[in-house]
Design a protein around this ligand. Sequence first.
Ligand SMILES: Nc1nc(=O)c2c([nH]1)NC[C@@H]1CN(c3ccc(C(=O)N[C@@H](CCC(=O)O)C(=O)O)cc3)C=[N+]21
Length: 304
Amino acid sequence: MAEARIIDGKGFAAGLRARIGAAVEQLRTTHALVPGLAVVLVGEDPASAIYVRNKGEQTREAGMHSVTHRLDASTSQDELLRLVNQLNNDPSIHGILVQLPLPGHIDAQAVLSAIDPAKDVDGFHVVNAGRLSVGLPALVPCTPLGCMMLLKDTVKDLRGMHAVVVGRSNIVGKPMAQLLLQADCTVTIAHSRTRDLAGICREADILVAAVGRPEMVKGDWIKEGAVVIDVGINRVPARDPAAAAAGKTRIVGDVCYAEAASVAGAITPVPGGVGPMTIACLLANTVTAACRSAGVPLPAGIGL
Ligand SMILES: Nc1nc(=O)c2c([nH]1)NC[C@@H]1CN(c3ccc(C(=O)N[C@@H](CCC(=O)O)C(=O)O)cc3)C=[N+]21
C-alpha cells in the first residue's frame, strides 16, 4: 500500500483565513460590521503561549478587531468575572475566548458559564454544547470544527462510515462525536479505559485521536486506507540525545506518524495539521457570532 496522503491543515487554514478576510472586508463595506475578538489570558501556560502568539496576528491579518487581556496569575475569580461581564456588554466585541487552563483557584466552569453564549466562540458554554447535541445552530468548538472541515475536504461522502473518536473531553472528543453523527457517520467514542482499544481503532474508517498522549496510536491500530485525524500536540524531548540533554524538544501528535502513514489512506501531520485549523476556526466563529448578532447572513465559504 502506498504512503498516506498528507492532509495539509496548514494550507487549508491559510485558504480559510483568506476567505474569512474577504468576508470581513465585505461585512465592513456593506454592513459597517467589524467582527471583534477578545482573548483573556490569566497567568502563563506554555501551550497557551503558542496559541496566543499566532492568534493575535491572524485576527488582525483578517481585518478584524482584536484585543488581548493579560491578567496576573493571582487574579481573583471575581475580577475575571467582572472582565467577562464587561466584554459581554461591549458592542465592539463579538467573540470572547478565556484561555484554558485557568489557575487552580479559579472555577473554569463558572467562568465559561458567565460568557454570553452568543459570544462564546470556543463553543464551551453548556448552551452551545446543548444546541450542538440537539442539532440547533450553535457555536461549535474550534478544534472539532476544524477537523470536520478537513474530513469533508478529504472524504467525498462521510455517510455510513465508522468513525472512532479516541478521547471524551468536552473540548474535543464529545463535540467531535456530535459533528460526525450529524454527518451520518456511525460513531464510537473510545477512551483510556476502553477494552481492546487497538481492536476498536482498527474498525475505524475515520480515526480521530484526541487523548493527549504522545504517539499512543500505533500503526497496527489502523485499518488500511483509513483517514486519520491527529488532534494531539505533545512536546517531547528532541530525537538527538545530545539535543535532548540540552533541553531541546519537538512536537508530536497522539499518533505514531511514521507507522500510521504507511497504513492509512490519509493523515494529518503534527505540526501543520489540526493546530492551524483551530485558530482559523476561531476567526470563523467570530465572524459567525458577529453576523448572527447583527442579523446579517453569514458569507459563504467559512462554515462547514
Ligand atoms: N479557551 C481555549 N481555547 C483553545 O482553543 C485553547 C486554549 N484555551 N488553551 C490552549 C489550547 C492550545 N491550542 C492550540 C491551538 C493551535 C495550535 C497551533 O496552531 N499549532 C501549530 C503550531 C505548533 C508549533 O509548532 O508549536 C501546529 O499544530 O501546527 C496550538 C495550540 C488552543 N487551545
